[in-house]
Design a protein around this ligand. Structure first.
Ligand SMILES: Nc1ncnc2c1ncn2[C@@H]1O[C@H](COP(=O)(O)OP(=O)(O)O)[C@@H](O)[C@H]1O
Ligand SMILES: [Mg+2]
Length: 521
């Protein structure tokens, strides 16, 4: 800027302001830095006569400083403009965070002219000004420009102006970054919502949103429409029968019968006639012809529950039905053909039994076209609470519906439920009867539960101790202390004198420790 007279100085200031205004307008127009820096540098050229304006940004991963945008450089010149941190004038500005001015680039050995843009120009006449672009106190790049050398140019003015522009650019980078973060957040949100949408395929009656159950629901949706033979595996009470139902009622056979056979409950001789029926006089007591369950399931699904308990001879007959879709009634000769989808369930390790020769391997493979494994309740995070509410609201009839206290819920959540959902359901049925008021409290739950919970609590604190003490002895001891105090207070129903006695400390010391752990309201 020439400062020859007051008048031109004012004119210069007006020009400067209108340039800054124009630049901030440009920066506002787009979130994409690549789109805006070109016009910004153009404005600098137009208003200030600064040529070869360049914006370089530091790549923090590689430590390289790359030209992000440039005005008056060809693409190949830009491509050559790579520096390392600390290298050249630009590199030094980025490294130190301080502006640099090279009045005559011909006299500055640091000036690398990597881009080669100034070849052929009389280098004597060119000044180079470079200022850092900072986000907070982090240098993220540099803004530089050439201008023709002139004795009358105030470099401080140029540095000041470039610094203002650099800070405008930095703000726009910051905006761009938060826009990018917002975009990421939206993407994540979208994924979550899609997951939630998937949860909507939720077979009726099957309560639970645990992640481990999603796979089960997905698979039900996937196999339902096919005629695939499905083996449902899971501990007792996990809902295998419920799942078999869901598959049938979401299948094309939904309007046809769903017939269950409990393979473990019937003696060998009975089960064959149950499955395949019998002719009149097939055995003593067979006074009339009787259709078996396969026939009754015609067009629908048959559910072989506890299929692992079938005897060897029934296994062979079942295998034949699966292979040929054909069988005879007990005591009969005429082959009967049925169109039945086979679903089966077991709480045994059927593969293991097959490998050990205790279950026919060929039958196992026929039954196990698709396996659906139902996780035990203790692995379904969050589902106990949902199931408790569901069951309590479903036990109608007894007048007002009961709720559980927080303490009781904590016990229910901590209990490992070896009998899974069935056990939970029975437990609540009992508790509803046992509890006198409207609420089910800890005391209305079986004693064994509370003990199991205390046991688990103990294991947890041990685990916490082991986990913590690798890093932090005091932290681990603190944690153990806190847990012991809580347990003692629970046992003594909050009576501090008794709790102190249990813990073998003075009441005063207990109070002190409680305060330390924020256990005093
Ligand atoms: N996810 C669930 N939501 C609601 N009720 C369930 C659920 N899982 C199991 N139940 C109920 O628990 C009991 C046992 O389920 P069931 O399907 O018979 O288990 P399994 O056949 O695996 O032993 C049934 O009363 C069933 O309705
Ligand atoms: Mg069952």
């Amino acid at each position: 800027m020439k400062r020859s007279s007051g008048k031109t100085a004012v004119r210069g200031e007006v020009r400067e302001l209108s340039m800054l205004f124009e630049i901030s307008e440009i920066l506002r127009q787009s979130m994409d830095l690549h789109e805006v820096v070109g016009p910004v540098l153009e404005a600098m050229a137009k208003h200030m006569g600064m040529v070869r304006g360049t914006i370089t940004l530091l790549n923090r991963q590689t430590g390289e400083i790359l030209i992000e945008a440039a005005h008056g450089l060809s693409p190949s010149q830009r491509e050559r403009g790579r520096y390392q941190l600390g290298e050249g004038v630009t590199g030094r500005v980025v490294a130190t965070g301080r502006p640099a001015v090279v009045p005559r680039i011909s006299e500055e050995p640091l000036f690398l002219d990597r881009t080669g843009a100034r070849k052929g120009l009389s280098r004597d006449d060119i000044s180079f000004i470079c200022v850092p672009i900072k986000l907070g106190n982090k240098v993220i790049g540099a803004l530089s420009a050439d201008r023709l050398f002139s004795e009358e140019v105030s470099f401080e003015e140029d540095v000041r102006l470039l610094s203002i522009i650099a800070s405008l650019i930095a703000q726009s980078v910051r905006l761009r970054q938060s826009a990018e973060e917002e975009r990421q957040r939206l993407i994540e949100e979208n994924i979550r919502l899609q997951e939630e949408l998937r949860e909507r395929f939720h077979p009726a009656n099957i309560i639970g949103t645990a992640k481990v159950m999603q796979g089960v629901y997905d698979l039900i949706a996937q196999v339902a429409k096919s005629d695939a033979t499905v083996l449902i595996e899971g501990e007792s009470g996990t809902g295998k029968e419920l799942v078999a139902h869901a598959i049938h009622y979401h299948s094309l056979r939904a309007t046809k019968p769903f017939v269950r056979v409990h393979c473990a409950a019937l003696p060998d001789t009975v089960i064959e006639s149950e499955l395949f029926g019998h002719e009149k006089g097939a055995f003593t007591g067979a006074i009339a012809q009787r259709k078996g369950r396969f026939e009754l399931a015609q067009g629908g699904s048959i559910f072989l529950d506890e299929v692992g308990d079938l005897s060897a001879s029934t296994q062979i007959k079942l295998l034949r039905v699966l292979q040929e879709r054909e069988f005879e009634r007990v005591g009969g000769r005429t082959p009967i053909t049925v169109d039945v989808r086979v679903l089966s369930a077991t709480n045994k390790d059927l593969r293991g039994l097959a490998e050990a020769g205790e279950f026919r391997e060929d039958l196992f493979f026929r039954l196990n076209v698709v396996t659906l494994e139902i996780p035990p309740l203790r692995e379904r995070e969050g589902d106990v609470e949902l199931l408790v509410r569901y069951f309590l609201s479903s036990f109608g009839g007894q007048g007002k519906r009961k709720t559980v206290t927080d303490r009781a819920m904590a016990v229910l959540k901590a209990y490992p439920w070896p009998g899974n959902v069935r056990e939970l359901k029975h437990c609540l049925e009992n508790a509803v009867i046992m509890s006198e008021g409207e609420e089910i409290d800890e005391g209305d739950l079986p004693r064994a539960f509370r003990e199991a919970c205390q046991e688990r609590e103990k294991e947890r604190s041990l685990a916490a101790m082991q986990e913590a003490d690798e890093m932090d002895l005091d932290g681990a001891l603190d944690e153990v202390e806190r847990r012991m105090i809580v347990r003692a207070l629970e046992r003594t129903k909050g009576i501090q004198v008794d709790a102190a006695h249990l813990l073998k400390v003075t009441p005063r010391s207990l109070r002190y420790r409680m305060r330390k752990h924020g256990l005093q309201g």
